[in-house]
Write a protein that binds this ligand. Structure first.
Ligand code: FAD
Ligand code: NAI
Length: 475
């Protein structure tokens, strides 16, 4: 007998599990199907983000930063550490515990919100009676019918055509989060978000890290001034970043990987690494969904085709998160999940794509929202810019973390904030003020006139806003 629900969500990552919870809050009988397995074969909801993405990477970034501080920064504070050692097994074990806490947290939230959970792969069978029939395979096979379907099946790492992931020597994000011993030489192909975050983790733990990037510019999506600063700081830390390369053959040996490439001058190069991380972007995951059975339309790049409101070409079928257009970010997936549940309930769910923050959790962190200076120039928008260095911020000095700056871009005539770009300590937290300001269409003067606690890093944002009008007080 088929089990009937109002809403079925396929995929339990941040897009899917949040959509399911919101739908249940709104009074719909809701189920979420997710196939992710933990090492014992049990359910591990939370998707890429919880299992092999945001959460474990941030756990390792934190641990490796503590290690680096104990080895270097502590001495400056008068703390002498003798016999510093690395217990990598314990560090990785802690990361696994953090992941499990998050998996269990989601299962608890499903119970609390009365979301029925099915562990297995969900696939379309047919459209039926104004709704859809979905089969769940794996675990206990089930058949589900529901009027509304939300597809939240996420993304997978993109492989190089000539170098399949074996997760032993040639690693995707999954293998990069679980290397059993610190590689002496680590290669990274792709100087994007994963390459820089995972490269930072293993460099801090002692690896010699080389990053090979195809594009001639470093972090092209980031404001040029901030990207230049980042490139300088990462080089100083010892990340060897080579831009403008063309990757050739990648050959796995018994214990190493050889990468042949042409450098930015076209000269042939060869590098041998103990491990190679390939982080060249991600592709939408529709494997096993059997969308063909109901005529689900994909776009030319393989994403589920949706309109601005996340509607697919099929009535009452929606799609959110990494499997649809837009930035592949957990918070974007969540916002779309909430908005879709609210639209199903006849409400006006809304996602503002202009105020989605980005964060790269390197040290220093990089965070931004809105337009970059180069985008504004290309669009011919007249703007004013104000910057303030953390070097001149009292709290940053007390922390011993003074690299970087805050940069505010405002419309030359109306003074409306068009973009805020931060490289520096706790940029991931500081950016929220800018998001709130932009969501309320604040001017730089609004931030400049707001009382910020002293001493705090957020004073740098206020000072950058003052600098838009050339009236910084502390610089
Ligand atoms: P996913 O999280 O991929 O979840 C999809 C789920 O659906 C999975 O559990 C999958 O098993 C399941 N599934 C797929 N098909 C089926 C099916 N047919 N039946 C049942 N289940 C199915 N983003 C940030 O915002 N901040 C970060 O710090 C950050 N760090 C990251 C670090 C790394 C290393 C990586 C790889 C990604 C990171 N991301 C980060 C990106 C973030 O993980 C994704 O944007 C986010 O997970 C997308 O959520 P989603 O719900 O769309 O898909
Ligand atoms: P990315 O898109 O951030 O970076 C990929 C990089 O690889 C780009 O610089 C690209 O030019 C380069 N590249 C592509 N093909 C190449 C080739 N053949 N040779 C050399 N370089 C090549 O993708 P990444 O790092 O894989 O991450 C995927 C996505 O996951 C991110 O875009 C982001 O959406 C998400 N993510 C978010 C995080 C965060 O929010 N902090 C952390 C990690 C991932």
């Amino acid at each position: 007998m088929a089990k009937n629900f109002d809403v079925v969500v396929i995929g339990g990552g941040p897009g899917g599990y949040i959509a399911a919870i919101r739908a249940a809050q709104l009074g719909f009988s809701t189920t979420c199907i997710d196939e992710w397995k933990n090492e014992k074969g049990g359910p591990a909801p939370g998707g890429t983000c919880t299992n092999v993405g945001c959460i474990p990477s941030k756990a390792l970034l934190q641990s490796s930063e503590h290690f680096e501080h104990a080895g270097h920064a502590f001495a400056d504070h008068g703390i002498e550490v003798k016999g510093l050692g690395l217990n990598l097994g314990r560090m990785l074990g802690r990361k696994d515990t953090v992941v499990k806490q998050n998996n269990d947290g989601i299962l608890f939230l499903f119970k609390k919100n009365k979301v029925a959970f099915f562990h297995g792969r969900g696939s379309f069978v047919k459209a039926e009676g104004g709704g859809y029939e979905i089969a769940v395979a794996g675990g206990t096979p089930e058949t589900i019918t529901a009027k509304h379907v939300i597809i939240a099946t996420g993304s997978n790492p993109r492989a190089l055509p000539n170098a399949a992931f074996d997760e032993k020597l040639i690693l995707s994000n999954t293998g990069a989060l679980a290397i059993g011993e610190v590689p002496k030489k680590l290669g990274v192909i792709g100087a994007g978000v994963i390459g820089l975050e995972m490269g930072s983790v293993w460099r801090r733990l002692g690896a010699e890290v080389t990053v090979l990037e195809a594009l001639p510019a470093f972090l092209g999506a980031v404001d040029d001034q901030i990207a230049k600063e980042a490139n300088k700081l990462f080089a100083k830390q010892g990340l060897a970043i080579h831009l403008g390369v063309k990757i050739g053959a990648v050959t796995a040996g018994n214990n190493d990987v050889t990468v042949e490439y042409a450098d930015d001058k076209g000269a042939a190069q060869k590098a041998v690494f103990d491990r190679l991380i390939i982080s060249i972007g991600r592709i939408p995951n529709t494997t096993g969904l059997n969308g063909e059975a109901v005529g689900l339309k994909l776009d030319e790049r393989g994403f589920v085709a949706v309109d601005d409101a996340c509607r697919t070409n099929l009535p009452n079928v929606w799609a959110v998160g990494d499997v649809v257009r837009g930035p592949m970010l957990a918070h974007k997936a969540e916002e779309e999940g909430v908005a879709v549940a609210e639209r199903i309930a006849g409400q006006h769910g809304h996602v503002n794509f202009n105020t989605i923050p980005w964060v790269i959790y390197t040290s220093p962190e990089i965070a931004w929202v809105g337009k970059t200076e180069q985008q504004l120039k290309a669009e011919g928008v007249a703007f004013k810019a104000g910057t303030f260095p953390f070097m001149a911020n009292g709290r940053a000095r007390a922390l011993g973390d003074t690299s970087g700056m805050v940069k505010v871009l405002a419309d030359a005539r109306s003074d409306e904030i068009l973009g805020v770009h931060i490289i520096g300590p706790m940029a991931s937290e500081l950016i929220s003020e800018a998001v709130v300001a932009m969501e309320f269409r604040a001017s730089s003067e609004d931030i400049a006139r707001i009382c910020h606690a002293h001493p705090s890093l957020s004073e740098a944002t206020k000072e950058a806003a003052l600098a838009v009008d050339k009236r910084s007080l502390n610089f």
